[in-house]
Write a protein that binds this ligand. Structure first.
Ligand code: BG6
Length: 483
């Protein structure tokens, strides 16, 4: 397909997260992060959401220093091979690279008065390297991690005290990198708090006297306030700053045309949009009043919170998109897995190797719906295919499946742009192989760059260009004309 819908300033690139790619979990003065203690579990032994840990596991794992069972401690050794990785991104022609700063690299326990200079220097070097190749950094301040010590001390975002600690961290990185970074996202996928409060906010729900949903929404509120305060700070420091609020977009279809199924889909969508509704519109949406009442949730919201939420709203809406979901009033039908939450099975969609539905048209639908709702520029900051790759003897991977997946999604973005939707950019998820967030595997690979390592950390960690690497390079070169 020839397509020239993409604007000339379209930000093409890739995305990673510190906790999944960096490794070096105890180097350069870094403290333990909440994700450093999430263990690898073989597929056959997995129960529930593998990244959500219990209080008992927390007590056990937070004391161990071993590497084999904790893949996120190793990552893809990006910390050690950062310059080579950036050179590969540049070779693909990236205009933007989405990365996250590891909060515990800057404040090892979150409560220090002064930041860790070695941690700051690592990101200085990374930004300098990106700038050298004219690649814009797009920085997530907290991609599913925080200093583990804050879980111990405050039960993570359950406590209002964490707002001030996050702001201390945000101030340090905004001041330090103000001349180097224009695009920021304070929190990755704000709605993760509902799936796993530990992943989204370092919260062990069992530790709280409140009921589960009450803790999750309280922690979400504190994060939303922290986000607004961070935006205020960023706007004071960086004149042309671009601030995004991000969700994992769970585009939800009704399973049938039955009105009750349609209503269920509307309600599930509202709960997904709740986070961007607050972040973009600056106030709690009215549909939440009934929801909170029915769920017996009373939140600690001060007048000052309400004020800052209304004053500091996002410049653009960032989101990840992997798949669409199905909703039904009676959810007893067949299920399939998915990003953050399982879904009922949509008979019209093929599934990935990890049973995630593949729905490129859903991306066009969601782009249109989100633009209708917010009238703000949209940034697709994650999309990609997790698959098993085989490294050939010639040192490449013939990943036609990944090219096909990416191509059809880009075609639908082009269609959405033709529909009139403002799309700022596209950062392909896991552009270099990294540890899967949900399953902690290395073998669920998303990258255009292959990293020679297995689930147990065996391997040379050498980098190899996959077929998709060359394909994406030419997509960027032609600004999406050669799809
Ligand atoms: C997103 C997360 O929701 O999904 C990423 O922001 C994650 O951190 C991605 O890696 C894909 O999920 P998974 O479980 O396949 O790694």
């Amino acid at each position: 397909m020839k397509n020239s819908q993409f604007p000339t300033a379209f930000l093409w690139g890739g995305a990673t997260a510190a906790n999944q790619v960096e490794g070096a979990f105890n180097e350069g003065g870094k403290g333990l992060s909440t994700f450093d203690i999430v263990p690898f579990v073989e597929k056959k032994d997995r129960v529930g959401i593998p990244l959500d840990i219990t209080l008992e596991q927390y007590e056990r794992y937070s004391k161990t220093t071993e590497l084999v069972n904790f893949p996120k401690r190793r990552g893809s050794q990006h910390y050690q091979q950062m310059k080579e990785d950036v050179a590969l991104f540049a070779e693909m022609g990236y205009k933007v690279y989405r990365l996250s700063i590891s909060w515990p690299r800057i404040f090892p326990t979150g409560v220090e008065a002064e930041p860790n200079e070695a941690g700051l220097q690592f990101y200085d070097a990374l930004f300098d390297e990106l700038i050298k190749y004219d690649i814009e950094p797009l920085v997530t301040m907290s991609h599913y991690e925080m200093p583990l010590a804050l879980t111990e001390r405050y039960n993570g975002w359950e406590s209002r005290a964490v707002i001030a600690l996050f702001l201390k961290y945000a101030k340090v990185v905004l001041e330090r990198y103000q001349a180097k970074v224009k695009y920021w996202i304070p929190f990755n996928e704000l709605n993760m708090m509902l799936t796993s409060a530990y992943t989204g906010g370092g919260v062990l729900v069992e530790k709280s006297p409140k009921h589960e949903l009450a803790v999750k929404y309280q922690a979400s509120h504190y994060q939303l306030v922290a986000q607004a305060k961070t935006m205020e700070l960023a706007r004071q420091l960086i004149p042309n700053v671009q601030l995004g609020a991000m969700i994992a977009r769970l585009e939800t279809y009704a399973a049938t045309a039955k009105p009750l199924d349609v209503l269920t889909a509307v309600q599930e969508d509202q709960l997904n949009f709740f986070y961007t509704d607050v972040s973009v519109r600056g106030a709690y949406p009215r549909y939440m009043t009934r929801f909170f009442k029915e769920q017996d949730i009373t939140l600690d919201i001060t007048a000052e919170d309400t004020k800052i939420l209304s004053e500091q709203t996002a410049d653009y809406v960032a989101f990840s998109y992997y798949m669409s979901y199905l909703a039904a009033h009676d959810e007893s039908g067949e299920k399939t897995s998915g990003n953050l939450v399982d879904s009922m099975k949509n008979p019209y969609l093929a599934l990935s190797e990890w049973d995630w539905p593949i729905d490129p048209v859903g991306l066009r639908i969601t782009l249109n719906r989100m633009y209708d709702r917010y009238q703000k520029p949209l940034f697709i900051v994650e999309n990609g295919l997790g698959a098993t790759d085989v490294l050939t003897a010639e040192g490449t991977v013939h990943d036609t499946y990944r090219i096909d997946y990416t191509k059809v999604h880009l075609q639908q973005i082009a269609e959405a742009i033709a529909d009139g939707v403002e799309v700022m950019g596209y950062t392909n998820w896991g552009c270099i192989d990294l540890i899967s967030c949900g399953t902690n595997e290395m073998s669920k690979r998303y990258g255009f760059i292959y990293v020679d390592a297995d689930d147990y950390g065996n391997g040379s960690y050498k980098r190899y260009r996959k077929d998709s690497f060359y394909w994406y390079k030419q997509v960027i070169e032609s600004n999406g004309e050669e799809l």
